[in-house]
Design a protein around this ligand. Structure first.
Ligand code: ASN
Length: 317
């Protein structure tokens, strides 16, 4: 018997086969329904929609390293958007804008170690929102309500697709459990987030991550932070991150020093902060592809994309 040696598919072949998966149009329909329902929810709640920016002199420094994605244009440097966190804060300086949201494409050129996590893409979309004068309790309730609204809509509008892809219709949740990172870590060790997500049947909140300078430090418990993540259950992991924000000049500079942010990159942002013009806000952003993945119970987030955006993978389109 002759052994057939299978040649590795070319990048073009794998791109075309990724694009031709039978399930893809159904997954995309679910994703479309999520975005439509989210728009309706935001409209109902009175948030104003901002169009996304893809290039800016400042972007989210993130709390993990990625490959630099910036270009020179008009004799200055522009970064591709990693998140619109600063633009959310700055837009809310307008006295007549109290809340806003953006369907925001983000480019994060992850290193190869995030290629197979199942939940990273090097380009994705988050629905990012921010409220002036609100706190974490308000935002957490808002997100819980959004999820029930979206899930109910999907059950009504595309029940057949949800049944087929998920295996059952979507639930309505009661109040979500709330945990703190330091307590879970003490109980479960360094993999606490993964372990807890795998055990859970409902989404839950995880408070107090040590992260970027813009997440507010708890004035009552210095060294802890007023931020919150949504963790999807069944092992699907993080689905949203958000926080109350630092908005006072001295505290922003202290936090920048704590996390080692280069102040020079934020000269103009700091000038605005020094004038006391950055309002007190809180908000968050959820990954659209991650919500789609959770709803459709997909192993790999890249199954949600028409054109693969798996970290560190070559593409021809
Ligand atoms: N959107 C997130 C937030 O509002 C920030 C991020 O994506 N890194 O906190």
């Amino acid at each position: 018997m002759e052994l057939e040696i299978l040649a590795e598919p070319t990048v073009l072949e794998s791109t075309v086969s990724h694009l031709s998966r039978a399930k893809l149009p159904k997954i995309l329909k679910v994703q479309q329904a999520i975005v439509r329902a989210s728009h309706d929810f935001m409209f109902k709640k009175g948030l104003t929609q901002l169009m996304p920016l893809m290039l800016s002199p400042i972007t989210d420094p993130l709390n993990h390293g990625v490959v630099d994605a910036s270009i020179t244009y008009a004799e200055q440097r522009w970064s591709l958007t990693k998140s619109m966190i600063f633009h959310k804060q700055l837009a809310l300086m307008h006295p007549d804008l109290d809340s806003l949201y953006i369907v925001s494409p983000n480019v994060r050129l992850e290193f190869a170690d995030r290629a197979d996590t199942g939940r990273h893409l090097f380009e994705f979309t988050q629905i990012d929102f921010e409220f002036k004068g609100k706190d974490r309790f308000f935002v957490m309730e808002f997100m819980e309500e959004l999820v029930n609204f979206v899930f109910k809509r999907l059950n009504e509008e595309i029940p057949g697709l949800i049944q087929e892809l998920r295996g059952e219709l979507l639930p309505q949740y009661e109040k979500w459990p709330v945990y703190r990172t330091e307590k879970l870590e003490a109980q479960l060790g360094p993999d606490y987030e993964k372990i807890k997500s795998e055990e859970a049947t409902d989404p839950f909140w995880l408070l107090n991550h040590t992260r970027e300078f813009y997440d507010k430090e708890d004035p009552k418990r210095p060294g802890t932070y007023l931020n919150y993540d949504v963790i999807w259950p069944e092992g699907f992991g993080e689905g949203l991150s958000g926080a109350e924000r630092e908005h006072e000049y001295r505290q922003i500079r202290k936090r920048m020093a704590d996390v080692g942010t280069n102040e020079q990159a934020f000269t103009h942002y700091l000038e605005v902060a020094k004038e006391g013009r950055i309002p007190k806000t809180a908000g968050g952003g959820f990954g659209v592809e991650r919500m789609t993945r959770f709803i459709c119970r997909l192993q790999d987030i890249d199954e949600v994309t028409a054109f693969s955006r798996k970290p560190f993978t070559k593409a021809v389109f």
